[in-house]
Design a protein around this ligand. Structure first.
Ligand code: ADP
Ligand code: MG
Length: 361
């Protein structure tokens, strides 16, 4: 297995319509040997382009790409020793699963016994032993996805690249395959670079996550770190379900003023405000840190705000309550016993010990 590094990698496309277009800008990261790293960001932010540059399917405009201890800038894809699993895991429909799994190795002119052994190993790892003589159409979506992963496994690559491999599966199967992929990573001890637009998938699978927006890496961190310390509003507004709320406020001394109401902050919380003295600030607070006054558990930084409820969603294990602050709609993720219905004037308790401060856009 191997590490993967980008040093100041940029990719520009000369697009007929858009002209010179920068898809990836100033990309720097190190993925460690055996690490599972997920690239996440909205559609078009440069995830696939980054992955294709690792694979050598796309040549970077500038910068260096390192796999293992080699600079691979000029290395042909087939010499990079990586295997890629795509979203549309197109299997050969006329071939059996065994033939689909062995196809790549036969192309590489590997000995027959070697190929048989590799196919047997991959089938065992993925629970496909019973299906080797079937055709793809006889398999379920999840099983076909496993075959696509198997085609990568048989090649014993230094690095596995996955491009949205679960996005064609239904929601339930996606969750199941997520667990299987995490387990597979542990058993293979492989370096995995995984791309998705789904932040829940990223948070559950990634040991570390690379958050991208408009071609630029926003933050690289563990899921826990991204959740607790998002570096900017983009990351804060992208990670979390639902993502973080933003509230416009003004800073004076140790207080923030929200729609004219003063919240005097404890010194420890107010420390983060120094840079914003006398200015506008955006408060970031997660939906799970806002409670209904009637069902408050333990809240340390305890501030109250009465608002008229706009909408309520009942999710069973929790309710989402929507109410306005200024021009923005705020979401509270509350205990299902919290009394809430549209039009109700309700007092919310905000846990300001968990508040974040951001520069206004
Ligand atoms: P993602 O995988 O995050 O959705 P991509 O890496 O596929 O994003 O694309 C990033 C940007 O680069 C998009 O705006 C896309 O339209 C553009 N792009 C990708 N490939 C090409 C290409 N071959 N020619 C021109 N533009 C491209
Ligand atoms: Mg993509």
């Amino acid at each position: 297995m191997a590490r993967v590094e980008f040093r100041n990698v940029r990719k520009q496309f000369d697009d007929e319509k858009k002209g010179i277009f920068t898809a990836v800008e100033g990309s720097n990261f190190v993925i460690n040997d055996r690490e599972f790293v997920v690239f996440v960001g909205p559609s078009g932010c440069g995830k696939t382009t980054s992955l294709r540059m690792i694979a050598g399917l796309e040549k970077q405009t500038s910068g260096d790409i390192i796999i293992g201890d080699r600079i691979v800038n000029d290395l042909h894809p087939k010499d990079r020793d990586i295997a890629m699993v795509f979203q549309d895991y197109a299997l050969y429909p006329h071939m059996t699963i065994r033939e689909n799994l062995s196809f790549g190795l036969r192309n590489l002119k590997k000995p027959k016994t070697y190929i048989e052994e590799k196919v047997r190993e991959a089938a065992a790892v993925l629970g496909l032993e019973e299906m080797l003589d079937r055709k793809p159409r006889e398999l379920s979506g999840g099983q076909r996805q496993r075959v696509a992963v198997g085609r990568a496994i048989v090649r014993d690559p230094q690095v596995f690249l996955f491009d949205e491999p679960l996005s064609n599966l239904d929601a339930k199967l996606r969750v199941q395959m997520r667990v299987e992929l995490a387990d597979l990573h542990k058993r293979l001890g492989a370096t995995i670079v995984y791309v998705t637009h789904d932040q829940v998938e990223a948070m559950t699978l990634g040991e570390r996550i690379v958050v991208m927006n408009q071609g630029v890496i926003q933050q690289i961190a563990s899921p826990a770190e991204l959740y607790a310390n998002p570096q900017n509003m983009f990351v804060a507004g992208f990670i979390g379900s639902p993502p973080m709320n933003f509230i416009d406020a003004r800073v004076l001394g140790n207080s923030v003023f929200v729609e004219g109401t003063e919240f005097a902050l404890q010194d420890t919380i107010a420390d983060g405000l120094r840079a914003y003295q006398g200015r506008e600030v955006i408060l970031g607070i997660r939906p799970e840190h806002i409670f209904g006054e009637d069902v408050v558990s333990s809240v340390s930084g305890n501030y109250r705000l009465t608002k008229q409820i706009k909408a309520v969603e009942h999710l069973g294990s929790e309710n989402l309550i929507y109410f306005p602050i200024g021009n923005r709609t705020v979401t509270a993720k509350v205990h299902p016993e919290t009394v809430a219905y549209p039009g109700l004037s309700k007092t919310f308790v905000l846990d300001f010990s968990k508040v974040h401060f951001f520069d206004p856009e």
